[in-house]
Design a protein around this ligand. Structure first.
Ligand code: ACM
Length: 262
């Protein structure tokens, strides 16, 4: 199976420009699954809830989901990517999962980072795992990495790959994701962005790039630069993630003792 990420530099608020640009980055690249960053079409630093509401769209009938469905058909690939979701009067920092046949599902970020709490509602649904042509793919978003329970719960639900759309500002995530992969024997695809945003004076955000794909043994199969837009694709072997034995005696999930962890 070939999996990849897109590392872009979004221009805040210029949705159509960002969509067109991502399409240019991807076209001609071949993979079964592409992961794109969190909020890849809008940019990240919303000033308040009124502003995130302006960019919020219904799923799957909004501009970003429709763009992704068209791209998935054109590329004959699955896509997992972040957007601002509107449902009734609620606004979520979500990721959608689409494939060549159309919309498949969504995940609403449950661990909101810092000022996101003023702009989004927290997701209240269990992080999902999707069967994408036989590959079990779990989804979490950016700051979810800081809570190991998120990746663990995906692994316990059978995820072999964790798709991780991100807009990273904390430096430790790329290294921490190696541990998430070791803890759960899963692949992880972190798709981050590059560039800066300072939409609120004095509150500059620097996005660290370093999108990466890590295997169940903690090997970094590919890591992008800190500054450049990139699309990277690698071949992975899902059998590696299906084997949860560390040796003849130790099974990474069955050896847990949750009764002793209170
Ligand atoms: C983040 O969760 N985007 C830092």
């Amino acid at each position: 199976m070939k999996v990849g990420f897109v590392q872009n530099n979004s221009e805040f608020g210029n949705v159509q420009t960002n969509l067109d640009h991502v399409e240019k980055l991807i076209i001609g690249k071949e993979a079964d699954l592409f992961v794109l960053p969190e909020l890849f079409a809008t940019g990240y630093q919303f000033k308040n809830r009124e502003e995130s509401a302006q960019f919020a769209e219904p799923v799957p009938d909004g501009i970003t989901s429709r763009f992704l469905c068209t791209l998935a058909k054109k590329c004959n690939a699955f896509f997992i990517a972040g957007l601002v979701e509107l449902e009734d009067d609620r606004i979520y920092n979500s990721s959608v999962i689409v494939g060549p046949q159309g919309y498949i599902g969504r995940y609403r970020k449950i661990h909101l980072f810092d000022t996101e709490n003023a702009c989004f509602d927290r997701g209240t649904e269990v992080p999902p795992v999707f069967d994408l042509n036989g590959a079990k793919v779990g989804v979490m978003i950016c700051f979810d990495w800081r809570f190991p329970e998120t990746a663990r719960s995906l692994a316990l639900k059978g995820a072999e790959i964790i798709a991780h759309p991100s807009n990273l500002v904390l430096l430790h995530c790329p290294q921490a994701m190696i541990t998430r992969c070791l803890e759960n024997r899963v692949y992880a695809i972190t798709a981050d962005r590059v560039g800066d945003e300072e939409r609120v004076s004095g509150e500059k955000l620097h996005f660290i790039g370093q999108s990466q794909i890590v295997d169940p043994d903690g090997n970094i199969l590919v890591r992008a630069s800190e500054t450049e837009e990139e699309v990277q694709i690698v071949e992975i072997n899902l059998e590696k993630a299906r084997n949860k034995f560390l040796n003849l005696q130790n099974h990474i999930l069955k050896d847990r003792h949750p009764d002793l962890y209170h």
